[in-house]
Design a protein around this ligand. Structure first.
Ligand code: 8DG
Ligand code: MN
Ligand code: MN
Length: 376
């Protein structure tokens, strides 16, 4: 109607960093379909097609209305032939046969299961699939497989880790992280990033950024924190990656590059008092197995120097697609290189300092986008 037409008259950017994408998605029917297609291409390591569907999904998430006719997508960027065909099929049939085919595909189903295990990516999935394995149970049962420490933890806590983290659990873990960090560094700044900072109320993990205002840095902080949790019996898994940051080195131009901060991929034991404690007493009286009163939670901790904090915050807040588009925008529209450590102006040959996320958007000549509008 009138609303859609006046919306389309204002040009939609191909970059999600020039759009507002809240969690109100009016086009879930389409974006779910695109995400299945994107994931299938990711499993096939076809990055071009994968990105094409991710960009289309992100674009439709930003529309303030539901697409119901082909006319609604007229003039929109990020809609290639593949995407257009899929939209048309869903408008006409209510669902897509192509998507159904993928969802029923043996390879897709197996990869979907394998990659749901912490520490298992496309490469490992490929190996297991070629060995004839198809389900998580089959992998678990195969005692000849050599699993990494990460994958062993992934299988050990599988049920807890596939069940999503709630906002309440994120808040509880946040208190633990803040208390522990501040017991060693009282002035430290601990910020929740990732999906929870974007306003999501569930996540697959909880992401934290830790920095110490002022020049003082403590390379041992992460070790002190995890050692204490180990002593307290709260640390189920921990992999500390030391910083590989080199000053004066140009930021990586790769769109999906990992950053160089000291960080830790951990699994924490979160105690959850049982609501129904009669079951507990009962099972103890009857000599039954102890009722499990905790949940394994995936936690990412990232330590950043204070002057790089706004860049780290912007990168770790995501979404992944929002971050990709910020970097692509910086490179193609501004001749600048952005990463989680800084912003380099290739014309002026200088690094641009920023004290806040707002200043980074300003350096890029972009209107500020709030964290909850970055759900691209
Ligand atoms: P979720 O956990 O609720 O599923 O979503 P998320 O919070 O948006 O995803 P995430 O995988 O936890 O990653 C959070 C953001 O951090 C994401 O936008 C990408 C960004 N990020 C970096 N560096 C790295 C990295 O080295 N690993 C991961 N996993 N994410 C990174 O900037
Ligand atoms: Mn996360
Ligand atoms: Mn994470």
């Amino acid at each position: 109607g009138i609303q859609n037409e006046s919306f389309i008259a204002t040009k939609v950017s191909q970059y999600s960093c020039q759009r507002k994408t809240t969690l109100n998605n009016y086009n879930k029917k389409f974006t779910d379909a695109f995400e299945v297609m994107a994931e299938n291409y990711e499993f096939k390591e076809n990055e071009i097609f994968c990105l094409e569907f991710l960009r289309a999904s992100s674009l439709l998430k930003s529309l303030p209305f539901s697409v119901t006719r082909m006319k609604d997508i007229q003039g929109l960027p990020c809609v290639g032939d593949q995407v257009r065909d899929l939209i048309e099929e869903i408008i006409e049939e209510g669902e897509s046969s192509k998507v159904k085919e993928v969802l029923n595909d043996e390879r897709y189903k197996a990869f979907k299961q394998f990659t749901s295990v912490f520490g298992v990516g496309v490469k490992t999935s490929e190996k297991w699939y070629r060995m004839g394995l198809r389900t998580v149970e089959e992998v678990k049962a195969d005692k000849t497989l050599k699993l990494s420490k990460m994958q062993k933890a992934g299988f050990l806590y599988y049920e807890d880790l596939v069940s999503c983290v709630s906002k309440a659990e994120a808040d509880a873990v946040s208190l633990i992280v803040k208390n522990t960090v501040c017991s060693f560094l009282p002035d430290a700044l601990v910020t929740i990033t990732g999906g929870f900072r974007r306003g999501k109320n569930i996540g697959h993990d909880i992401d934290f950024l830790i920095t110490n205002p002022g020049p003082r840095e403590d390379d041992e902080l992460l070790h002190k924190v995890t050692d204490l949790w180990k002593k307290q019996g709260l640390l189920l898994y921990c992999d500390i990656i030391e910083s590989t940051f080199v000053k004066e080195q140009l930021p990586s131009r790769q769109v999906d590059a990992m950053d160089h901060f000291q960080k830790c991929f951990a699994i924490l034991k979160l105690y959850q008092p049982r609501v129904d404690n009669s079951t507990c007493t009962m099972s103890k009286k009857l000599g039954m197995a102890e009722v499990k009163d905790w949940k394994a939670i995936r936690v990412d901790l990232v330590i950043t120097p204070f002057e790089q904090y706004p860049y780290a915050l912007l990168g770790w807040t995501g979404s992944r697609q929002f971050g990709r588009d910020l970097r692509r925008y910086a490179a193609h529209e501004r001749k600048m290189i952005l990463d989680n450590h800084g912003l380099y102006d290739r014309r002026k040959r200088i690094f641009l300092k920023a004290g806040s996320e707002e200043e980074i958007f300003a350096h890029l000549g972009l209107d500020y986008v709030e964290p909850w509008e970055r759900n691209a």
